[in-house]
Structures are given as C-alpha cells and as structure tokens.
Design a protein around this ligand. Sequence first.
Ligand code: NAD
Ligand code: UDP
Length: 344
Amino acid sequence: MKILVTGGAGYIGSHTVIELQAAGHDVVVVDNLVNSSEIALKRVEKITGKEIPFYKVDIRDRESIDRVVHQFKFGCCIHFAGLKAVGESVFLPWEYYNNNITGTLVLLDVLKKNSCKNIIFSSSATVYGNPAVVPITEECPKGECTNPYGQTKSMLEQVMMDMQKADVVSSDPNPWNIVLLRYFNPIGAHKSGTIGENPNGVPNNLMPYITQVAVGKLERLGIFGCDYDTPDGTGVRDYIHVVDLARGHVKSLKAIEEKCGVEIFNLGTGVGYSVLDVVKAFEEENGVKVPYVIKERRAGDIAECYSDPSKAYEKLGWKAEYGIVEMCRDSWKWQKNNPNGFEE
Ligand code: NAD
Ligand code: UDP
C-alpha cells in the first residue's frame, strides 16, 4: 500500500517506516523537523536499503500538504506528527492545541478532499486518565486528562469518531476508516543502535533519563515517589519496545483493509514494571550503574497504568515480542553509540 507517514522522522515514526518498508509498503514521509532530524531518515534508508521520499512540510500548511497528498494518492495515512511533551504543554497550551488540533484538522480535510479516508492515529494511554482498574481494556471509559497534551489526544479521537459517524449516518459510499492506537510507554530502539529517542534538553521520560545518567550526561535519576500503592512504592507502567509498537502499525493496516469503521487498540505488553524494576533491569543487562535518589511525587502522575492488549492480538494478530531486557539493551546501545543524538 502507498502510505503517508506524518512525523516520520521522529522516534516512533522512523521505526515504523522501517517496519512498513520491510512489509513491502511504499512510504512517503512528511515532517517539519520541529522535534527531529533528517539524519534519522538517512539512517533508516541505510537500514532498509530503500529510498524514502521526504517532504519537509508542516501539516498546518494546507497547500503544501495538499500537494503531497494529491501527488501520491495514498491508501492510508499513519499520523504521528504532533508535539508530545506533557510538561511543556502545561506552559504552552496554545502551541499544543494549535499544532496538534489545527494540524490534524487540516490533514483530515486534505485527506478527505483527496479521497484518502483511511487513517491510523497515534493516541495515548493518557486518555484513560487515572484508570479505575488495571489492566486497562479499550472499553474503559476515557478519564480526565490533566494537561493540554492529553486533551489534544482525547479531543482528536472524538473528532475522528464523529467524522466517521457522520459518514455512516449519511450513508457515505466512501466512509472513513479510523484506527486509534493508544500507546502505553514506548522505549527501546532499533537493534542497529543507529536510531532512537532523542529528546531536547533534560529528558522528562524515565528511559531517556536513565540512559543519560548511564552515559554520564546527568548525575543521577530522581525517582518521583516511593509511597505509591504498588509492590515497591514506585510508579508502575507498561513499557513497550518501539519496534513492537512500530509493527503494531503495520498490523493495523489489516483493520483498514477490512474497512473497520472505527477501531481502538491498546498497544502495550500487558506487563507492568515499577521504576525500580526498570533501573535494576537496565543495570543488570548493561553492566552499568544508575545512581538514583528518591524525590517527591511528580504532579499529575498516577500509581499504576498497564494494558490489556488482548484485543490487538485477537483482531490484528499483533502482540509484543520483546521484553524489558531487550528494551533496556537497545535503549542503551542507541545512547552509548550516540551520546549527542543525531548530531554527527
Ligand atoms: P517525536 O517528537 O519524536 O515525533 C513527532 C514528529 O512529528 C517529529 O518528527 C516532529 O518534528 C513532527 N511534527 C510535529 N509537529 C509537526 C507539524 N505540525 N507538521 C509536521 N511535522 C510535525 O514523537 P514520538 O515519540 O515519535 O511520537 C509520535 C506520536 O506518538 C506523537 O503524536 C505522540 O504524541 C504520540 N505518542 C507518543 C508517546 C511516547 O511516549 N513517545 C506515547 C503516546 C503517544
Ligand atoms: N519517572 C521517574 N523519574 C523520571 C521520569 C519518570 O521516577 O525522571 C517515573 C514516573 O513518575 C512514572 C514512570 O517513571 O512513574 C514513567 O514516567 P514517564 O514520564 O516515562 O512516562 P508516563 O507514564 O508518565 O507518561
């Protein structure tokens, strides 16, 4: 299939391009590089041995995005482009709503006008808020999002569901097919160690913080709280290897091909690890120390969040293959080989 990948130079997008090409799909990437580097795509080309048509385009730029969509006649769009830093979104709400909401609205309109009404969207487990029960199934009601980033994901899910519903109500002969993928906590990197997550400034997320401590760029990890109602008191999350996550997108094309209407899938492993579990696994697998200090709880954090990923297995035949050991190994390989990210 010919696939438009928005945000394809980013962390999850670049890994997904590899898996799409490996499965025989034709990929075109658009990205404005606000949080990524074209070098990532060059490295992907080296891994796959295939060229990636790339357009440096902001998805809010209707004319430019229309030109690309019109030219290629895509079968599906996989939509990663967006701003994603939870903390930053609290201080820059307008920028987050403008980029994520306006960008997606323009993209959806352009896709529709060009008769490509198939989209796979990067959503997040954050839409569940503080879940009443774990593991979280797709039936769990959405919760309260405590930050503008989470709001954009929740709102965009709603926008897309409403658009699909309108097509059904009006018996549109070419209705939208929409797959909403709720990611849990992606970590890890491609096994080559040549691409990976490359946060700007001091990382907010656990694994990039750990790898930067391990490589000596940061002194010690701060663990946000040790008094949660969890086995060791630290927060529990469902970490998923980014390559498994990428493959989840390839498998989701099956739902699109089967004209799914709207489908929602959790992409996680179903296993929860605490912060201390991750630190220990990282130290053991990689033979490096990760000094840490216990700090106050971080505002907005919840105790436990892990998925029931069985729907994706039943409907798409997808399940995560890698465990915490591979996640720690590959995150470290990327960081060790590229202490300054994509700076060459
Ligand atoms: P990323 O920042 O590495 O990738 C996003 C890409 O989108 C970047 O390359 C950026 O330059 C591009 N982009 C942003 N705004 C754009 C615009 N207006 N026009 C064109 N390109 C634009 O982030 P990621 O971790 O790869 O995340 C990909 C998607 O998955 C995002 O939508 C994110 O919100 C979502 N998501 C990520 C996580 C996570 O933990 N990484 C979890 C849940 C959901
Ligand atoms: N965490 C931590 N120290 C850090 C970053 C994160 O203790 O420097 C904890 C955080 O409190 C949570 C878990 O690690 O329990 C995962 O946090 P992350 O920000 O990676 O993902 P989230 O689940 O919050 O989206």
